[in-house]
Ligand binder design. Sequence first.
Ligand SMILES: [Zn+2]
Ligand SMILES: [Zn+2]
Ligand SMILES: [Zn+2]
Ligand SMILES: [Zn+2]
Ligand SMILES: [Zn+2]
Ligand SMILES: [Zn+2]
Length: 228
Amino acid sequence: MATFQMLSKVGEDIQHWSHPQHSLNLVFAQSLYTCSGCKEYGAGLRYRCNRCNFHMHEFCAKAPSTAIHPYHTQHQLFFHNKPGGLKKSKCGVCGKATNGSAFCCPTCSFCIHPCCLQLPPELTMKEHPQHSLKLASASPLPNNSPYTCNACNKIGTSWVYYCAPCKFYLHALCAKGVINGFQAQGINAPPKKGKVARATRYASQVVRIFVDGVLVGLGEGVLDVINS
Ligand SMILES: [Zn+2]
Ligand SMILES: [Zn+2]
Ligand SMILES: [Zn+2]
Ligand SMILES: [Zn+2]
Ligand SMILES: [Zn+2]
Ligand SMILES: [Zn+2]
């Protein structure tokens, strides 16, 4: 599978080519961050510059220059720091724009977020703990008819994690929380665009997390989000 070798330890310092002026320190914090590499959200473990507002997913900091995706085995994917000419491209798995670094196939213009490259062929989700879910690149229903995602209740026709006997479906997009740390940190969904929506969502997030009795560090991130 396309998971990268990660043998780093919390507290470890690295030098990263994208931020040559300071070293980055691997830290654990529950707060939400935007990865300075892929521009996607993350929570939990991250490489952080202690002097700048610079955060990076561990797998982005350690991204190899080439990778193979199990559903795109015909060509190698190449790591692009900033997609530049491929800027308008969408991730071939989650369907969202690739605004930062991504893995791309120059032949097919298939691009994928570093997070999405980590989505495994099988996954166990807390929403459906009894069976593992299988990844498919298209709806597994007869005639490729749309499925309804059990997380967001919207329909989908492409990349999905599913359990056929239970008719349980989850957009690959909605499974990203397993990879980016949201699931482990109890964050339900990425913030919506627009400050009001973000502030409201995160205000309720604080309450929820506090009720769960695990309020550590999120407050700091909340203020960052609201003030940004
Ligand atoms: Zn990243
Ligand atoms: Zn710095
Ligand atoms: Zn993606
Ligand atoms: Zn290709
Ligand atoms: Zn969904
Ligand atoms: Zn099931």
